[in-house]
Design a protein around this ligand. Structure first.
Ligand code: FAD
Ligand code: NAP
Length: 318
């Protein structure tokens, strides 16, 4: 039986692995369905990880993390976890996609989340080269420049307000006249002199060249009029899927509490409502969705897992 199973090998999972093994847990496996590194490996430019002065690619940033963890005994299994459950007693059951099953005394879930795609032409082609889903990550690259934000929900409007602090102008591009975002947020955006609303439009395409995005072409839904916005940055906020599937039980319930958006509810020590089960990184409530925060969560969760496993051993519970 494992002392600890870590699900996901992004910044949260890797840091959890580092702290758990270096902190004395001996039988720790990190299940990662792909190569370790996580979502940040899709980024070509990272300049906000503390201590790294240069602008580095996400691949380069993460390259040494697995080796550092393995040095202290973390085992990586390249496998997809399909479910974590607790059918009886204190042990967790970790089911893998190949049908095999492992048991663990504690579990840290670090499976992140996935921003939804809007589906317009050029979105994939220019992703990371002008098309972004993260204002905190990429907003600074457009300092004093004009950008477009796609979407009419809370995220789009809040991120537009964030970008307005950095950029010279922010176009909020939305397919309707009405907004899902809270009326107070819409009001704040309308009152912001740097934000211009372009509504009732469909995104035709984002265009550019080898250097990146040069603009976005929109079509008015009523008149068919084409609007061209020559912006170098396009931020897409059309929804977000939390990767919480591993916590879903056979009856459709979740193993621990999740909020209305599917984010795992944790306390300040990354403990979930289920004893011995922790969540860290982008999967948790109120996640800032940054590498440094995910790593901090991972460390925090591992410290909690060590204490929990020690308690089991002390009380002869496992
Ligand atoms: P993730 O990094 O998403 O890792 C989750 C891992 O779990 C993945 O590797 C996935 O394969 C694995 N997984 C999921 N489900 C399963 C399963 N069932 N079984 C096994 N494995 C599973 N942040 C910054 O701080 N600065 C930036 O400049 C920045 N730029 C970004 C640019 C881009 C293009 C993107 C996409 C993100 C960027 N971010 C940036 C955000 C940052 O990448 C995330 O906040 C961070 O990676 C979250 O870490 P995590 O460990 O919680 O999740
Ligand atoms: P969301 O509320 O689902 O909004 C997504 C927006 O994107 C909608 O305006 C939608 O348009 C638009 N959209 C969807 N698909 C599109 C496409 N293919 N092309 C163009 N536009 C598209 O998502 P969210 O903003 O990420 O918010 C998710 C949840 O988190 C919401 O419940 C939100 O309230 C919550 N949240 C809360 C806060 C807060 O309370 N401070 C902050 C952030 C998020 P339509 O409106 O026409 O469908």
């Amino acid at each position: 039986m494992l002392d600890l199973a870590i699900i996901g090998g992004g910044p949260a999972g890797l840091t959890a692995g580092l702290y758990a093994t270096r902190g004395g847990l001996e039988n720790v496996v990190m299940y990662e369905k792909g190569m370790p590194g996580g979502a940040i490996t899709q980024s070509s430019e990272v300049e906000n990880y503390p201590g790294i002065k240069e602008v580095v690619s996400g691949m380069d940033l993460m390259a040494s993390w697995p080796e550092q963890c393995m040095r202290f005994g973390l085992k990586h299994e390249m496998a997809e976890v399909v479910r974590v459950s607790r059918p009886e007693g204190l042990c967790f059951k970790v089911e893998l996609s190949d049908g095999s099953v492992e048991t663990a005394k504690s579990v840290i879930v670090c499976t992140g989340g996935t921003p939804r795609k809007a589906g317009f032409k050029g979105e994939e082609e220019f992703f990371g080269r002008g098309v972004s889903t993260c204002a905190t990550c990429d907003g600074f690259f457009y300092r004093d420049k004009e950008v477009a934000v796609i979407g009419g929900g809370d995220t789009a409007l809040e991120e537009a307000l964030y970008l307005a602090n950095i950029c010279s102008k922010v176009y909020v591009v939305h397919r309707r006249d009405e907004f899902r975002a809270a009326p107070s947020t819409v009001k704040r955006a309308r009152e912001n002199g740097k934000i211009e609303f372009v509504t009732n439009v469909l995104v035709e395409e984002v265009y550019g060249d080898a250097m990146g995005v040069q603009g976005i072409r929109l079509k008015k839904k009523d008149s068919g009029e084409v609007i061209d916005l020559p912006v170098p940055g396009v931020f897409v906020f059309v929804g977000y899927d939390v990767n919480n599937r591993v916590l879903k039980q056979e009856d459709g319930s979740f193993l621990c509490d999740v909020n209305e958006y599917g984010e795992v509810v944790v306390d300040l020590q990354m403990r979930t409502s289920e004893q011995g089960l922790f969540a860290a990184g982008d999967i948790r409530i109120m996640a800032p969705k940054q590498v440094v925060c995910a790593a901090g969560d991972g460390a925090n969760a591992a410290i909690g897992a060590i204490a929990y496993v020690e308690h089991l051993h002390r009380e002869n519970l496992c």
